[in-house]
Design a protein around this ligand. Structure first.
Ligand code: GN1
Ligand code: MG
Length: 358
């Protein structure tokens, strides 16, 4: 890890580095924990530059977001703010990243005594819902617009265009086996573009949304209380249903995102109810009725979108997501599709619950 020590030396950190070890389970960036003999430890990340093409814009976004949130927390009189908001550390040249001639790197302060989870129980889901709603509501009055760090990131029409192209190209020769799933997805295509249609009609607004509200993108303290939202790279203008939906896609699944045993996969209605209660409580002040009504649709949309994205990557020959085995993206596609079917079965029940909350 000598090379990594050298990278860290370009940042304005306190103390000297004791070790640099891999951290977390993200599918895009490479993340390391940097232990020091100083007052705090740090997180070093190699930014996946093939995916985040404009690193200046990316780092400008995350600084705007964290500065704004910190100001809000201070105004509210919160304590322990350093554990409730990420802090990025500038490089010694003043930039918010370091470019080593090949890769882009950044450093943030490691939030001490924190943990992440891959699953939650209903009680945690309630608090997590409140925290994601709070995250969105704190960003409602962000004074400067955020850029799109990945253009068209949660645009279903765009994702389907890319998907159709990958089906046509069949670059990795995997279409024959996947054709049945391609057909299943394409039958649903029109319905899944509803958010984009409503937006064009001026009925569904874009707000600042996190766009990757997997349960492992939230930090909890030693007692399991929510500390803060992390992985802010895709926080940009989007639909609130994205954030609601991505949580249902991940934490609302009784199985794993890539579960080999499809019988374990399906929607956990207790998690849905708890998360919806928490989310609506903290986001209600700014949500429009149409946004609330669309929350169950959001769960469906995000799970559908992720199935399309994993399958696109499988057909392309695994160029986007990190994989652990040659058929990993296929396994993920199957597990996400099974989850989608389960969400479809529960859609009416979800909507009833949401209406009755109001
Ligand atoms: C990626 O960074 P990570 O691993 O939390 C992806 C998300 C997907 C997710 C699927 C920039 O998130 O959009 O939903 O994997 N991030 C990007 O697990 O593509
Ligand atoms: Mg992540």
């Amino acid at each position: 890890m000598k090379h990594l020590h050298e990278i860290v030396s370009h940042f304005d950190i306190e103390g000297s580095v004791l070790s640099v070890e891999p951290l977390g389970s993200g599918l895009i960036n490479d993340t390391y924990r940097v232990a020091t003999d100083g007052p705090r430890d740090y997180v070093l990340q190699r930014i996946n530059h093939a995916i985040f093409r404009d690193v200046d814009l990316l780092q400008r976004n995350v600084s705007l977001i964290t500065d704004h949130i910190r100001t809000k927390l201070e105004a509210r009189g919160e304590t322990d703010i350093e554990r409730k908001c990420l802090r990025f550390v500038p490089a010694r040249d003043g930039k918010m990243y370091h470019f080593d001639g090949e890769c882009y790197w950044r450093v943030s302060v490691l939030i001490p005594r924190s943990q992440t989870f891959e699953t939650v129980n209903p009680e945690f889901a309630y608090h997590t819902g409140k925290a994601f709603g709070d995250f969105q509501s704190m960003l409602v009055d962000l004074p400067e617009p955020l850029g799109e760090t990945i253009p068209n990131f949660h645009n279903m029409e765009f994702r389907l265009e890319t998907f159709r192209q990958s089906v046509q190209d069949d670059k990795a020769g995997r279409l024959a086996e996947a054709q049945w799933l391609v057909d299943e997805l394409l039958v649903r295509a029109d319905e899944m573009c509803r958010a984009e249609q409503l937006h064009r009609q001026g009925l569904l607004p874009k707000r600042i949304t996190h766009c990757d509200t997997k349960v492992n993108n939230m930090l909890f303290d030693e007692e399991g209380r929510v500390l803060c939202v992390i992985d802010l790279d895709t926080t940009m203008p989007g639909y609130v249903l994205s954030d609601f939906g991505d949580f249902m896609r991940t934490a609302g699944n009784t199985g794993a995102e890539d579960d080999e045993d499809l019988d374990r996969v399906g929607l956990d209605m207790d998690i849905f109810r708890a998360f919806a209660r928490g989310y609506i409580e903290s986001a209600r002040s700014f949500l429009l009725p149409v946004e609330i009504e669309l929350l169950p649709y959001g769960a469906k949309l995000l799970t559908y979108m992720q199935t399309v994205r994993f399958l696109t990557d499988y057909l392309d020959g695994d160029t986007y997501y990190k994989i652990k085995s040659p058929r990993h993206n296929w396994q993920r596609s199957l597990a996400q599709f099974r989850h989608l079917q389960s969400i479809e079965e529960h859609e009416a029940e979800m909507l009833d619950f949401i209406r009755q909350l109001l």
